[in-house]
Design a binder for this molecule. Structure first.
Ligand SMILES: [Zn+2]
Length: 498
């Protein structure tokens, strides 16, 4: 019985040997770098890595050789620069290995490559007015660093893909990346989007100043506010000037001088000087194919009374946020503090817009949409921090754009007066509610629920009220600070409130 079993096993092994042995012994792994489905165009690098038997000859696409890394026997890397005329229609890459003893093996990558032909430009269109571009392929809990939002139906020229991100060719020397789910691919045969710019219309109505630039297509754009002097710059990609005049009508209150620069053959820059040192926000979108920049004015009276303040309680519903040692959920703490802040602001005559008043589940995009409709003068988002180290504690504030730094700086200074330790005022923060440009905004990470001292305070209703009072005072300080700066600061070129 036993003998019979062994002889069968031996036969089975002998039968399997030619199937298993070569592949397993010669090639351990063969991958693209990065290990993701990719679209490449001529000039791009196709990078690969293979682990296999040391001392072999290894080749991949078009017979290109891999090099065995000195000091890492058995690890081979190769680069192939895609040439015009190369074709691969969503195919894996095949590797050939020839060992020193002439035994051979082949392997196929798990991920696939599509080589794009510049003669058949791949176009796509943004699907919502909260579409956004990323600078690169970065990824963390906040997502890749964002360059900014785009309107819907903006036409993009895609020249690559890595995993679920498409590379967007903005201009000859500028690219960005956009998540796959933000666009729909357009059928072949379209032209790479370009446009001449028409003559601008610059005007103000009772609420807002407007700059309108007629184009023949919805082109991508990027914007930023700069200081000394305070100005808004908007780059339109693929646009070339045919702007022969700029009509500036009556009623402008936020806009000073406006002009443009053709900073590259395919980059048209609007330069909009702002009359006030403090920007109260702006919105960029399309009306038909006309790009419209709405520049918001300062509130009629620079004081808390009458100000529309949005208060955002972080997390909610199924998104509980951080959890403290006593089982406290961040979502409950943020709502309690937000309610206190609402009361405090209303007591001082402000009108408060709450993103949530109960245990609702709300996505960041729901909140941003809701706030776009509510048009607040400013926003404070309230969260509770958490760290893997129980020793980490303190309060911190966050802003994304330098123009809105004075708000978070004022909130930080007041929050420090609660006696909480200082964990800093943090800039360029890639948090969804720091993304809107429509109103000054700041995030307050009140304290660390993961620290026993901070947690005790966060749970204390009296301390919650104190934090709310401090935040209200911070908002008041910010508004007063902008009043003090006013137009004079602009004329003197003084820096924004520290
Ligand atoms: Zn949070």
């Amino acid at each position: 019985m036993i003998q019979f079993f062994f002889s069968r096993l031996l036969l089975l092994l002998l039968w399997m040997l030619p199937l298993l042995a070569p592949a397993q012994q010669l090639i351990e792994s063969a991958t693209l770098v990065p290990a993701a489905d990719q679209w490449l165009q001529p000039g791009d690098r196709l990078q690969v890595r293979l682990k296999g038997r040391p001392g072999s000859q290894v080749t991949f696409y078009r017979g290109q050789q891999l090099t065995e890394l000195p000091g890492q026997r058995g690890t081979y890397q190769g680069t192939y620069v895609v040439q015009p005329g190369d074709t691969l229609r969503n195919r894996p890459i095949t590797f050939q290995l020839v060992a020193a003893d002439s035994t051979r093996a082949t392997a196929v990558s798990k991920n696939r490559i599509r080589l794009l032909s510049p003669n058949e430009p791949q176009l796509a269109q943004t699907t919502s007015n909260l579409s956004y571009l990323n600078y690169g392929l970065g990824e963390d809990r906040l997502g890749g660093a964002k360059t900014g939002y785009l309107d819907s139906a903006v036409v993009l020229h895609l020249t690559g893909r890595v995993g679920n991100l498409y590379r967007v060719q903005l201009a000859a020397t500028q690219t960005a990346w956009i998540p796959q789910d933000q666009v729909r691919l357009l059928p072949p045969g379209g032209f790479v989007p370009t446009s001449l710019t028409g003559s601008w219309d610059v005007r103000g109505d009772s609420l807002t100043d407007y700059v309108r630039v007629p184009l023949t297509a919805r082109l991508p754009y990027r914007s930023q506010i700069l200081s000394h002097p305070t100005r808004l710059e908007v780059d339109i990609f693929g646009a070339t000037s045919n702007t022969n005049w700029i009509t500036q009508r009556d009623g402008l209150q936020a806009l000073g001088d406006v002009h443009y620069e053709q900073v590259a053959p395919d980059v048209f820059r609007l330069v909009l000087l702002l009359k006030h040192v403090q920007s109260w926000g702006y919105h960029i979108g399309y009306k038909g194919n006309t790009l419209e920049v709405q520049v918001r004015r300062p509130p009629a009276k620079l004081r808390l009374r009458g100000l529309v303040v949005a208060v955002d309680a972080g997390h909610g519903g199924t998104n509980v946020g951080a959890t403290g040692s006593t089982g406290t959920h961040e979502k409950d703490l943020t709502l309690a503090i937000a309610r206190q802040l609402q009361q405090e602001l209303e007591r001082r005559g402000a009108r408060v817009v709450m993103t949530r008043t109960d245990d609702a589940s709300l996505e960041i995009s729901d909140r941003v949409r809701q706030l776009r409709r509510a048009r607040p003068h400013l926003l404070v988002s309230i969260h509770v921090n958490s760290s893997g180290s129980a020793a980490t504690q303190g309060t911190s504030t966050y802003y994304r754009y330098v123009a809105f730094r004075p708000l978070s700086a004022a909130l930080y200074a007041q929050m420090r007066r609660t006696g909480l330790r200082g964990a800093g005022n943090v800039g360029s923060f890639n948090f969804g509610l720091n993304g809107p440009t429509e109103y000054p905004n700041a995030l307050v990470e009140t304290a660390f629920v993961s620290n026993p001292d901070d947690e005790k305070r966060l749970l204390d209703p009296a301390f919650q009220r104190e934090m709310a009072t401090r935040m209200a005072e911070g908002i008041r300080d910010f508004v007063r600070g902008t009043r003090a700066k006013g137009l004079k600061g602009w004329l003197l070129g003084k820096p924004a409130l520290q």
